[in-house]
Design a protein around this ligand. Structure first.
Ligand SMILES: Cc1cc2nc3c(=O)[nH]c(=O)nc-3n(C[C@H](O)[C@H](O)[C@H](O)COP(=O)(O)OP(=O)(O)OC[C@H]3O[C@@H](n4cnc5c(N)ncnc54)[C@H](O)[C@@H]3O)c2cc1C
Length: 401
C-alpha cells in the first residue's frame, strides 16, 4: 500500500488545481480520475471570464471562441442585446483545458492515475479500482473533488449539495447569433433556471438548460431546439447536475471538499469553474499543511472553509438573492422588465462594466448614474411586489454561507 500526504478524488478543474497547488507546497499527492480519456465530452458550456485562466494557471490554448455579446430572450419575444468590444467572456474546450491542468499537475510531481475510480474510504485508507485490480492508498488528507454527486462527501458524512438537472447538446446548426451568447428565460422555457446557446468551435453551438430537480429537462430542450434551432444536427448530448444550493459544511476529519462537490458554484448562472478554481488554490495549500502538521489538521481545514466563505461568500449571497427574485417572476413580469431594461444608456453601461464573476459590482455603477434611476425604480417596483407575496422570494438558497 502506497502512502501519500494528499489523495485527491476527481481530476476535473478543481481536483487538478488542488493537486498541483498541494504538490507545489511540498506534499506527496495522488490524484484519482475515473475517466480513462480526458477527451470525452464534458457536461459544461465552457463559458468563463478571462481571469479564470489565470486563476487556474493555464494558457489560452483551450479558448475556442471570444463572444462579442449576449442576448437575453423573454418568453413573449422581447430581446435585450448587450454588445461588447473587449473580451468579457471566453468559450473554452474543456478537454484541452483539463489536459493542460493535469499535465501541469504531473509536472510538479502529482501521481495522476486515469481510469482509477475511488470506491471507498475509511481511517485514511482509500480504495480504488484501476484497469486491472483493486488497490489501496493511505492519505493523511482526502480531497473530494468528485463533482456534484460526491461520493467522498457521503463517505465523510458531509451533506451533498442540492442540485438542478441540466441537459446540453452540441449541435451543428445555423446559429442565429454566431458571435454571441443567448440566454432564454421564462417558466415555459426552463422552470426555475434558464436556457442558453453558446457558440463553440466553428459551426458548433452548445445548447442547453437546467431545471428544478423534480422536472425532466428533455421535453424543454426538445421544444427549445425545435423553436429556435430548426436546422440543428445533434453531435453529442449530455445530462448532468448543477449543485445549487450549496452544502453547509465542506470539511470533516481529514477530509475536505472542493469545486462542485463543495457547491462552489454561482447560484445565478450555475458556473463553477471560476469559484472552484479560486477555492482549489486555498484547498491545495490547506491540504498540504494539514497533512504535514497533523496536530493542527482541524485548524487548517477550518481555515480552508472560512477562506472560501470570504472569497466567494459575498458574490454567492448576491447571486442567491438574485436567483430567488428571478424564480419568483412570471412571464408577464419578464415582458415588463425587458421593456424597462431596453434603455440605451443602461445597456451601454452593462456592456462596458459587466463582469461574469462579480455581478454585484454592477450595482454601484448603475446607482451612480442619475439618468438610470427612473428605469431602476420601475424595476424595483416589480421586484417589490414579488418580494411581498407569500412565498414570492425564498431568501438566499445558500446554506453554505
Ligand atoms: C450543462 C452544464 C453546463 C455548464 N456550463 C458551465 C459554464 O459555461 N461555465 C462554468 O464556469 N461552469 C459551467 N458548468 C459547471 C462546471 O462544469 C462545474 O462547476 C465544474 O466542472 C466543476 O469542476 P469540478 O472539478 O469541481 O467537478 P467536475 O468537473 O465534475 O469533475 C469531477 C471529476 O471527478 C471524477 N470522479 C467522480 N467520481 C469519481 C470517483 N469515485 N473516482 C475517481 N474520479 C471520480 C469525474 O470523472 C470528474 O472528472 C456547467 C455545468 C453543467 C452541468
Amino acid at each position: 500500500m502506497q502512502r501519500f500526504d494528499v489523495v485527491v478524488v476527481g481530476g476535473g478543474p478543481a481536483g487538478a488545481v488542488t493537486a498541483r497547488i498541494a504538490a507545489e507546497a511540498g506534499a506527496v499527492v495522488l490524484l484519482l480520475e475515473r475517466r480513462t480519456r480526458i477527451e470525452e465530452p464534458s457536461a459544461c458550456a465552457g463559458l468563463i471570464s478571462p481571469r479564470t485562466l489565470s486563476v487556474l494557471g493555464v494558457s489560452d490554448a483551450c479558448v475556442v471562441r471570444r463572444p462579442r455579446g449576449v442576448s437575453f430572450h423573454a418568453p413573449g419575444g422581447g430581446v435585450l442585446s448587450v454588445r461588447t468590444t473587449t473580451d468579457r467572456a471566453l468559450v473554452v474546450d474543456r478537454s484541452i483545458l483539463e489536459s493542460e491542468l493535469l499535465a501541469r499537475a504531473r509536472d510538479v510531481g502529482v501521481d495522476v492515475r486515469l481510469g482509477a475510480t475511488a470506491t471507498g474510504w475509511r481511517d485514511g485508507v482509500v480504495r480504488f479500482e484501476g484497469a486491472a485490480s483493486e488497490e489501496t492508498a493511505v492519505g493523511a488528507v482526502l480531497v473530494g473533488a468528485d463533482g456534484p454527486e460526491s461520493q467522498v462527501a457521503a463517505w465523510a458524512g458531509l451533506p451533498n449539495a442540492g442540485s438542478l438537472r441540466a441537459l446540453q447538446v452540441e449541435a451543428e446548426s445555423a446559429d442565429p447569433e454566431p458571435d454571441g451568447v443567448c440566454v432564454y428565460v421564462g417558466h415555459l422555457i426552463a422552470p426555475e433556471f434558464f436556457a442558453w446557446s453558446i457558440p463553440a468551435q466553428a459551426g458548433c453551438t452548445r445548447i442547453g438548460l437546467a431545471v428544478s430537480d423534480l422536472i425532466d429537462p428533455a421535453p424543454y430542450l426538445d421544444s427549445l431546439l425545435a423553436q429556435r434551432f430548426p436546422n440543428h444536427r445533434i453531435v453529442s448530448r449530455i445530462e448532468a447536475r448543477i449543485p445549487i444550493p450549496s452544502p453547509r459544511r465542506t470539511t470533516a476529519d481529514g477530509v475536505l471538499l472542493v469545486g462542485d462537490a463543495a457547491g462552489h458554484v454561482k447560484p445565478l448562472s450555475g458556473g463553477g469553474i471560476y469559484f472552484g478554481g479560486l477555492c482549489a488554490r486555498v484547498a491545495g495549500r490547506a491540504a498540504a499543511r494539514a497533512a504535514k502538521e497533523p496536530h493542527d489538521q482541524t485548524e487548517h481545514l477550518l481555515y480552508y472553509e472560512d477562506a472560501c466563505r470570504a472569497l466567494i461568500g459575498p458574490e454567492t449571497r448576491f447571486g442567491a438573492t438574485a436567483r430567488s427574485i428571478r424564480d419568483a417572476l412570471d412571464d408577464d413580469d419578464w415582458s415588463r422588465i425587458f421593456a424597462i431594461l431596453n434603455h440605451r444608456d443602461l445597456l451601454a453601461l452593462v456592456a462596458e462594466r459587466i463582469d461574469l464573476d462579480h455581478l454585484r459590482h454592477m450595482v454601484p455603477h448603475l446607482l451612480s448614474r442619475p439618468r438610470l434611476w427612473r428605469p431602476l425604480f420601475a424595476l424595483w417596483d416589480i421586484v417589490r411586489v414579488r418580494t411581498r407575496e407569500p412565498g414570492g422570494i425564498a431568501g438566499p438558497h445558500d446554506e453554505f454561507l
